[in-house]
Design a protein around this ligand. Structure first.
Ligand code: ADP
Ligand code: MG
Ligand code: MG
Length: 875
């Protein structure tokens, strides 16, 4: 394969499709040139060469690359009608980096290469001395910094001295004499550093190419790729390109622009430029750049062409573009284009506008908005100014996005107390347990010292669209004394303010300014197209009528998971009934408690059925180990005392019952269908609550489709047992009520054995729902709650590519595929869905679409994101 690709003036060897090999910059320079825009000629050395260069590691170009570069150079010289190192008609070059994914400012660039003491005289004679020496001083500075590792300050000092002597403030006010003197001083800087400035332009070019390759592995580039999770790239390409001079006087300029407003999406040019300047001057802040509209008066022909080009490029790339350009004596040159980064608001506005303008189809538009864009739109955010000036006091996992401001609270009671006084609270805990849900509900945001992205706090917070930072390992939480230590001597007590940025996992000191999420008309139109395109249905995980209502507002087509036990914590009274059920000595006692549970469960289900009228509601029977519902310490003693008194069973005996419930490994213990098989009256009561609620709702004219789901099934026999109990109870309820309800019985697929035995299990299941949190935990053997410590190492070492609790793991996918195949072979009309955290993860949703699942179910706040992902998977 060629190592070098030439571009410019009808001689284009590359194109936009070759991004991987030529880098984004190289591929798009060739493409722009190909479609007739004016691009200074050049050549691109491939990313494959970079990989080879870094593999060899001897800071020398791999065999044959230099020869090919020289051939490229000859072609560029021919196209430009100039010659590198020829004082009579000198060609100057830029040597530019450019990877397949843009890494703004991370890699190096050298401008005006090819100048030396002789060539600069020739350039001065031809184009003016001020311009020539301005270019020379720029080159010496950049070359010294990029290639020889000199400090920019050492050059800057001389520049400042010369400006002072001349009594001017700005670089472009220096005259030719001063600039010539500055060049002489710069030579001195090299001498003082004990370095020699290479006078040979070919030597300059070779070393600059090597320096750009070297910049791929600079500390900051490595860090950037790590932070941005950029993986699997070969390296950077090098673009060697003829210079266009923006520093040739008052009809020359350099600038950058977006073809549309990147923050609002409005259809207007959004950019700035500087007259008589080069390259980085615009961003370096030496002079204040001018808004792009004013270029219309300053250099009209160039502006008109630029405007035309923005249209050509938008039509060609069918997207908003980010453009770099230079004007040399009135003539426009295009130096770079790429699809422009934009905010969530802008992404939706641009996509819908472009459909209206006939630039893109609705299908294309659906792919122009990312999950992170929607996420931004759905959660309140801190303003950029607030983040810029705020002080970060701790960082953790970005467990649930959004912005939360409040005073720290260390318990549910404190958070609820603050809420009742109208004070926003931030619940700070070492970690959270299901008992903290009250405090979590009352708080604006949650901060925990321990726990991963799928820890209890994280899952619940995302479910509620509540900001959460989990696993902030640098903090110390003392719940007893109400002290939060953030390191560096930062200590927060009850009543102190903090701000959480859940999108970035940052804790800020004090109160930061927030802006609310807003639903625009464009957004509604856009989501309409999304729904037209997708095949996969999107349901929501919701535990209360209020959650169900929210889910419906966000476009959910049903409930894929009701975790009934979440309702147990709603009131003291409920919790008491549940605890009595757990601690009952015999069936009679248990039945008494269950009768109380029946009443409130039925009420909850009725509320959910009404909220979801006409849509399926999937209710999971009791899942967690029972001791999760029991209190600890003093509260437990009181409870034991009360029960002993009421039932006249000795305290000791009651306490023993509690102790028997303790388990070493509760996640693999007495939970799920195991509970209901041992105590059929639990399943019976819950089935009754579902069916009675369904009959009642139906009687009011509300259409109901309850799906009763058995958790943690691993074998046919388990499900057969539960199916029998559930159907018996459902049938008797319907007989009593004298009506029929269209209900289904099905199972979670979350134990690996269930996936393997799916064919047999489907004999008793009308539907499957992949519980991918447990399925991942059990397939990988990674604890959901304790794996954060080693997962980070695994990610850093490349042992795993993604957090398996966030994006479906390949092994888990294999099991899912097998389960779908075997299940549908047994029962062709088997309904199959997914209800783990993965239901809101775009990559996982895409996989579910390809598997032919019927639906995914995610937290109400992720529903729009899942809808978008499902549409993108389908188009
Ligand atoms: P980055 O990837 O960091 O943006 P670039 O390779 O785009 O680096 O170079 C930075 C700037 O240098 C460009 O925006 C442009 O202004 C200037 N530049 C690069 N190549 C040329 C060239 N051939 N002629 C004129 N200016 C150039
Ligand atoms: Mg650039
Ligand atoms: Mg589970």
């Amino acid at each position: 394969a060629p190592k070098v690709y030439v571009f410019g003036a009808g001689r284009n060897e590359g194109d936009a499709s070759m991004c991987d090999l030529l880098g984004g910059k190289g591929a798009n320079l060739a493409e722009m040139s190909r479609i007739g825009l004016s691009v200074p000629p050049g050549f691109t050395i491939t990313t494959a060469v970079c990989a080879e260069y870094n593999r060899l590691g001897n800071r020398d170009l791999p065999l044959g690359v230099w020869e090919d570069a020289l051939v490229g150079l000859r072609e560029v010289e021919a196209m430009a009608g100039l010659k590198l190192g020829d004082a009579a008609s000198p060609l100057l070059l830029s040597v530019r980096s450019g990877a397949a994914i843009s890494m703004p400012g991370m890699l190096d660039t050298v401008l005006n290469l090819g100048l030396n003491d002789l060539v600069v005289e020739g350039l001065a004679a031809k184009c003016g001395a001020a311009f020539a020496y301005d270019s020379y001083r720029r080159f010496m500075d950049m070359y010294g910094c990029v290639v020889l590792g000199m400090s920019h300050e050492s050059f800057e000092r001389e520049l400042d001295a010369v400006k002072r002597e001349a009594g001017v403030e700005k670089d472009n006010e220096l005259d030719a004499e001063r600039l010539r003197a500055l060049c002489a001083r710069f030579k001195g800087v090299y001498r003082e550093a004990g370095l020699s400035f290479p006078e040979d332009p070919l030597e300059q070019m070779r070393l600059a190419i090597c320096a750009v390759f070297d910049s791929w592995n600079s500390a900051r580039a490595i860090k950037y790729r790590e932070v941005q999770k950029i993986k699997g790239l070969r390296g950077t390409a090098v673009n060697v390109q003829a210079m266009a001079y923006g520093n040739m006087g008052d009809t020359s300029a350099t600038g950058v622009l977006f073809t549309r407003d990147a923050s609002t999406g409005e259809n207007r040019l959004y950019g700035e430029y500087l007259i008589n300047a080069q390259g980085e001057d615009v961003v370096a802040g030496i002079r204040t750049p001018e808004p792009i509209e004013t270029l219309r008066e300053r250099i009209p022909e160039a502006y008109d062409e630029l405007l035309r080009n923005t249209r050509i490029l938008e039509e060609h790339y069918r997207d908003m573009q980010d453009i770099e350009f230079t004007v040399q004596e009135g003539k426009l040159y295009m130096l770079q284009c790429r699809s422009g980064k934009r905010t969530g608001v802008a992404a939706v506005k641009i996509a819908t506008d472009m459909v209206r303008e006939g630039l893109v189809t609705k299908r294309e538009a659906v792919n122009m908005v990312g999950a992170d864009h929607l996420d931004q739109l759905l959660h309140p955010q801190f303003t950029e100014e607030a983040k810029g000036s705020g002080e970060v006091v701790a960082t953790g996992l970005p467990a649930s996005p959004g912005a939360a401001v409040g005073v720290v609270a260390f318990s549910t009671e404190e958070a609820e107390d603050l809420q009742s006084r109208g004070q926003p609270a931030i619940l700070v805990r070492v970690e959270t347990s299901p008992e903290d849900v009250g405090g979590m509900a009352a708080a604006q945001g949650i901060l925990t010292e321990r726990g991963g992205m799928t820890s209890h706090a994280a899952v619940v917070a995302r479910g509620w669209g509540k900001t959460c930072i989990s696993g902030a390992t640098g903090i110390k939480v003392n719940e007893q004394d109400g002290v939060l230590e953030c390191g560096a001597g930062r200590v927060y007590r009850r009543g102190d303010w903090v701000s959480l940025d859940g999108s970035e996992g940052k804790v800020y000191d004090g109160k930061l300014a927030v802006q609310a999420a807003k639903m625009t008309p464009e957004m509604e139109e856009f989501m309409g197209w999304v729904d037209e395109m997708r095949k996969l249905r999107v349901l929501a995980n919701a535990d209360t009528p209020e959650d169900a209502e929210k889910a419906r507002e966000n476009g959910a087509e049903g409930i894929g998971l009701v975790r009934t036990e979440h309702m147990f914590f709603k009131t003291e009274e409920r919790l008491r009934s549940v605890r009595r059920m757990i601690m009952a000595a015999d069936e009679a006692e248990r039945r008494k408690a269950l009768d109380e549970i029946l009443v409130f469960q039925r009420e909850d289900f009725e509320g959910i059925f009404r909220a979801m009228r006409g849509l399926p509601v999937t209710i999971r029977l009791l899942d967690p180990p029972l001791h999760e519902f029991l209190p600890e310490g003093k509260e437990l003693e009181d409870l034991v005392g009360a029960i002993s008194l009421e039932t006249s069973v000795p305290r000791q005996e009651v306490l023993q019952r509690v102790e028997k419930l303790q388990e070493v490994n509760p996640m693999l213990g007495f939970r799920g269908c195991r509970l209901a098989i041992a105590h059929p009256e639990i399943a019976r009561t819950q089935a009754r609550a579902v069916l009675e609620a369904a009959c009642n709702a139906q009687r009011e004219g509300c259409e109901v489709f309850p799906d009763i789901m058995v958790p943690l099934v691993g074998s046919r026999a388990e499900l057969a047992n539960q199916e029998r109990v559930i159907r018996q109870e459902c049938e008797s309820v319907m007989r009593e009520k004298g009506t029929r309800v269209d209900y289904k019985v099905g199972t979670m697929i979350e134990v690996p054995r269930a996936a393997l035995m799916a064919g047999q299990i489907a004999e008793h299941a009308e539907f499957f729902s992949f519980g991918t949190n447990d399925l991942t935990q059990m397939t990988m053997g990674f604890s959901r709650d304790d794996s954060a410590a080693f997962l980070n190492t695994y990610l850093a070492e490349g042992i795993i590519a993604q957090d398996p609790f966030q994006t479906l793991d390949a092994g888990v996918k294999e099991l899912m595929e097998m389960a779908v195949k075997r299940g549908r072979k047994q029962r062709p009309d088997l309904k199959v869905g997914l209800c783990g955290e993965h239901g809101g993860d775009p990559a996982s949703v895409k996989f579910c679409d390809s598997l032919g699942l019927n639906y995914v179910s995610c937290s109400p706040f992720r529903v729009p994101i899942a809808r978008l992902a499902a549409a993108q998977a389908a188009v």
